[in-house]
Design a protein around this ligand. Structure first.
Ligand code: BGP
Length: 485
């Protein structure tokens, strides 16, 4: 539509908030009937730069299952949100949150993943969290699967590699949609679904030590099962609670060409397509041609049931969400390497990087928002963005985290430009409003929060919460709907 006036800033009702995941905050891994989840068998690395989440083998899982302690497994400990949720949500409310994104641990509801009846004590915990959010008028945005699943399903079916898991997952989603009908308006299916191409932490499938072609086969098959489960969940939600909306969630990683050489531009385009493949399937409901060619060339064969394609085509998601931390660079000659949960890729001489090598690129966020809006014409939601840093708690209880404010300010400014460009943006939930266990390092010292939590990498500390300087800054940002940055 032709227009001569442009929005000045974020729309009224813009959903400002923060995002967390159950396995990084809750702790209480073995109480109230909860089963062990895949995230809770990944150990803390001796050296964060050596950590590979894909180093999980059946043997290491057995060792972890036998170990009932939580010293080696920080995701069993989290920041004990399970017992601090009231205090933490009160702090989110003090900042003025309109929305809080969190995930529900499947293993609290179905401890082994496939019981006939859900665990009432597990559901009761999330009832209490929702009560608290409602008390403050904060909208919940719930991720149904955030980097974990009941470990028993890995042992039984090799996680999402097994088609049986679809039915188990959709029994879990049906229970939640029925119970929270009318209470939860926004849902997400799989967190960073594309990171399933990097292995265990997203698919729960153990494939360590196999040749690369076999790993790819297992991973893309597991992802196909997730696409189908996501589409079935979408159908369930639309039938059970027609007013609610459900979205996909992608780890968005824009790839730039290293040079203007058309061969490099084409290499970057292919990398970008491999990233957008996931939203292509979830938003458009079909496997795109470029991926069919990729599968054929890599001898990957997706085993589909008769009506899978129909289920995908009939149940696209309502909106698209994504995490945004960095961009990457490629050329036709080289491939990127990877670190932790995200692939780092080639270096960009125009960008600075975080202490963990994640290249900081606020303008890239505007580029991605425009590209995705152009491609899909569905509402977008930035559900993760933030800076992992080592913070210093001063003797007087202050944390001066100007670097975090600078990072977030620059990204919010670019989001605002995208809104002026015409992008339909629903909201922004920065990652880790309260310090939590880092996913990739399994450490506490990589902090993202507005709220400092007194706990070290070994699990020592009072768990006391402190407001950082960024806490007061974000409060001001929300109060002014993004005008006062
Ligand atoms: C995303 C994950 C989050 C979170 C975040 C920061 O990929 O969805 O769970 O962990 O990255 O990553 P990290 O904790 O490794 O710094």
């Amino acid at each position: 539509m032709y227009r001569t006036s442009f929005p000045k800033g974020f729309p009224e009702g813009f959903l400002w908030g923060g995002a967390t995941a159950a396995n990084q905050i809750e702790g209480a891994w073995n109480v109230d009937g909860k089963g062990l989840s895949t995230a809770e068998v990944v150990q803390k690395a001796a050296n964060r730069r050596e950590l590979t989440l894909d180093g999980v083998t059946q043997a290491s899982i057995q060792t972890a299952v036998a170990d009932t302690g939580d010293r080696l497994y920080p995701k069993r400990r989290g920041i004990d949100f399970y017992h601090h949720y009231k205090e933490d949500i009160a702090l989110f409310a003090e900042m003025g949150f309109k929305v809080y994104r969190f995930s529900i641990a499947w293993s609290r509801i179905f401890p082994d993943g496939d019981e006939a009846e859900p665990n009432e004590a597990g559901l009761a915990f999330y009832d209490r969290v929702l009560d608290e959010l409602e008390h403050y008028g904060i909208q919940p945005l719930i991720t149904l699967s955030h980097y974990e699943m009941p470990l028993a399903l890995t042992e039984k079916y090799n996680g999402w590699a097994g088609r049986e898991v679809i039915a188990d997952f959709n029994r879990f989603t049906e229970v939640l949609f029925k119970r929270y009908k009318g209470r939860v308006r926004y849902w997400l299916t799989f967190n960073e679904i594309n990171s399933g191409t990097w292995g265990f932490h997203e698919t729960g499938a153990v494939d360590q030590g196999l040749p690369e072609d076999q790993q790819l086969q297992i991973r893309y098959q597991a992802l196909h099962h997730q696409f189908v489960a996501s589409a079935i969940a979408t159908k369930q939600l639309h039938e059970i609670d027609p007013k609610a909306k459900i979205g996909s969630m992608l780890a968005r990683m824009q790839t730039y060409a290293k040079t203007p050489d058309p061969l490099d531009v084409r290499a970057a385009q292919l990398e970008d397509e491999k990233n957008l493949f996931f939203t292509d399937v979830q938003a458009r409901g079909v496997y795109p041609e470029y991926m069919n060619r990729y599968f054929a060339e890599h001898e990957i064969k997706i085993d589909m049931a008769d009506n899978d394609e129909q289920i995908l085509a009939q149940n696209p998601v309502d909106f698209l969400s994504f995490s945004y931390y960095m961009t990457t660079v490629t050329s036709h000659a080289d491939q990127g390497d990877s670190l932790g949960n995200l692939a780092i890729g080639g270096r960009n001489p125009y960008l600075k990087a975080s202490d963990w090598g994640w290249q900081i690129d606020p303008v890239g966020l505007r580029i991605s928002l425009n590209e995705m809006w152009d491609r899909y014409r569905k509402p977008l939601f930035v559900v993760e963005n933030g800076l992992g840093a080592v913070d210093q708690l001063e003797a007087d209880g202050h944390v001066h985290d100007n670097y975090r404010i600078d990072y977030l300010r620059a990204h919010i400014q670019q989001m605002k430009e995208a809104v002026k460009d015409g992008v339909d943006l629903m909201g922004y939930t920065m990652w880790g409003p309260i310090d939590l266990i880092s996913f990739s390092t399994s450490e506490m010292s990589k902090r993202y929060g507005f709220i400092y939590v007194d706990q070290d990498d070994e699990g020592n500390g009072s768990l006391k919460r402190y407001k950082k300087d960024s806490f007061f800054w974000y409060k001001k940002v929300i109060a002014s709907n993004g005008d006062d940055l």
